[in-house]
Design a protein around this ligand. Sequence first.
Ligand SMILES: *[C@@H]1O[C@H](CO)[C@@H](O)[C@H](O)[C@H]1NC(C)=O
Ligand SMILES: *[C@@H]1O[C@H](CO)[C@@H](O)[C@H](O)[C@H]1NC(C)=O
Ligand SMILES: *[C@@H]1O[C@H](CO)[C@@H](O)[C@H](O)[C@H]1NC(C)=O
Ligand SMILES: *[C@@H]1O[C@H](CO)[C@@H](O)[C@H](O)[C@H]1NC(C)=O
Ligand SMILES: *[C@@H]1O[C@H](CO)[C@@H](O)[C@H](O)[C@H]1NC(C)=O
Length: 672
Amino acid sequence: MNPRTLLVFSTSLFLFHLLLVSSENVNLDFPVFSFRNFTLLGDSYLRNGVLGLTRELEVPTSSSGCVIYNHPIAFFDPETNVTASFSTRFAFSIGNINPSSFGDGLTFFMSPNNQIWGSAGGYLGLVNSSQLTKNRFTAIEFDTRQDLRFNDPDENHVGLDIDSLISIKTANPMLQSVNLKSGNLITAWIDYMNEKKKVEVFLSYSSFKPEKPLLTVRIDLSVYLKEFMYVGFSASTEGSTELHYIENWSFQTMGFHPMRPRIHPHNVSDSSVPHTPPIPVSDSSNRHHKRIGLGLGIGFPALFCSALIVFGWVSVKKWRDIKTEKSLKAELVTGPRQYSYKEIKSATRGFNSSRILGHGAFGTVYKAFFTDLGTISAVKRSKHAHEGKTEFLAELSIIACLRHKNLVPLQGWCVEKGELLLVYEFMPHGSLDKVLYAESEHGNPLQWSYRYNIAVGLASVLTYLHQECEQQVIHRDIKASNIMLDGNYNARLGDFGLARIMDHGKSPVSTLTAGTMGYLAPEYLQYGKATEKTDVFSYGVVILELASGRRPIEREAESHRMVNLVDWVWRLHSEGKIIEAADKIMNGDFDEKGMETLLLIGLSCANPNSMERPPMRGVLQILNNEAEPMVVPKAKPTLTFSNSLPLSIDDIVLDCDDSLMPDSQGNQTQLK
Ligand SMILES: *[C@@H]1O[C@H](CO)[C@@H](O)[C@H](O)[C@H]1NC(C)=O
Ligand SMILES: *[C@@H]1O[C@H](CO)[C@@H](O)[C@H](O)[C@H]1NC(C)=O
Ligand SMILES: *[C@@H]1O[C@H](CO)[C@@H](O)[C@H](O)[C@H]1NC(C)=O
Ligand SMILES: *[C@@H]1O[C@H](CO)[C@@H](O)[C@H](O)[C@H]1NC(C)=O
Ligand SMILES: *[C@@H]1O[C@H](CO)[C@@H](O)[C@H](O)[C@H]1NC(C)=O
């Protein structure tokens, strides 16, 4: 390498750090609090992982406290001029030793200042009583005392405050039967959607997020959300015995997309397919960061590499004016990159049949070795370029902007020579159906802990797709053969060919029925309408498969009748012996309570009545033992449609693909 190349190389590394630092989404989750990550100011304290914000003893004295997360959080990316959206959840309680002596309340705040601690009394620990305009903040107050100086409406209200305790808008939690002073544990959710310029606050005594926000404020916070802000909690008392506790806290920013792919859909698209805009991303992972680091770092001893970074850092000033910098930056933000046809062809030995991993809805999947990068990937190649175009573009535009640890990561794409190719991270264990059936038959049953973990991972990614993306994504094709397993048997959802992005709140668009029959919700079969509830149904079927090791529709050995898995498990449940549905191949080697939970979740998700199916977030909470399992009726609910279902099971079996037939599995559906 000559010095010039070195310089370019190290400069690019440096720029990369800059870009990533300034525009990465954060995802914090503190089930318990620790001293390491928080600064405690004033009377705040930490005990048994719980934050106390005001003094617990020595009443009646006034007290104020403030707790700040140590690291500044990026809310604005000057590179792309993007303001983040954010979403936070925390469980708090406001207790009282002497119920007649209450006040003043607590706040969640964001501030450019990490020493924001303010005065006791009506100042809520957020504003300094001798310098009312000193502290800058955007806060949600949970106020338990009526302070007329700040136009408080009553002694039980939630409000949005900006740089002043006179709220922009307030709401009374009693509207949703929540009393802040009850002493009960209350969970609060605060969401800000920058696109919609809207703040929403939800409150509940349970850990389930209510459907309706308590407080909605239409406001553009991008004026207040600075490049870096500190976030935290504050509270105060005024001669009262009120106690303020925060039990746990999670916080995410969304909307930065450092990896936006540069696609030119008009070159390849037909006009019937509008190009779907990239989805703002919510993810904490710096996987991207690591991967690039790895790619560039291969073959370089760490020391040499850091020397280069320092060298680059020193040199970057000199390069600032040079025109090439702009194009360099543009190259660096692309993330999933465009591959050349030649590159992919040589990595798959000219699409050699020995490299075929499987055949999916979209086309053939090949294993590819990129020798210069030292990586193994899976390449999806469209069967017929023209027919595949629609699906290809749908998949690319959706997947390229999603980031979640339970998705199959997209590494790149190629549109050349009339071919459409997608490059994915290679999944060493193939698909769930292969592991569940083919490998089980060869005496290698999938362990219980992996099964449970797969159920959790899948619930987590569906929660993300359904509820946490700015634009809701309905997958539409959740089935065991679309769930890939990485090196640690973590579930990775793939094959977004059929997914469509939907705006939250819009009614689902009617589309053709697609996917595999056993996984389809009755209302989807009937009306062809995909919603998040149809995804939940398919999830339920996959969970039942995972627990029972049986296919969604299977031919019974003795009677040769077709048996529907949901019906079969439901029958065992009504006979009070649901545990007998557990996969025999595990030889009883599983946690009985966990197994029962899994089967009950499977049934409640596969409830024929879509209204009865739980939201994915609720499922995730049950799996994480944060909520009680739901009650499943002993008898499977029956549904009446205006006319009967179009297909009986036997029609379905004649109609559907061969993945229902146990013996045709194996290598066929290894990677779809
Ligand atoms: C937060 O803490 C409360 C009380 O300990 C608990 O009930 C709740 O499940 C916790 N939530 C999360 C998400 O950890
Ligand atoms: C919490 O602090 C520890 C020690 O400083 C650090 O390793 C960890 O990354 C911090 N966690 C978060 C979420 O900031
Ligand atoms: C950033 O966005 C704001 C508001 O959309 C706009 O007024 C401003 O000119 C933009 N700045 C740059 C550098 O693009
Ligand atoms: C309020 O500001 C004054 C002057 O800057 C300072 O001395 C005092 O400590 C502050 N009070 C609080 C509670 O921060
Ligand atoms: C696609 O179109 C854009 C703009 O018209 C052009 O710059 C780009 O080179 C085209 N890409 C391909 C692969 O043809």
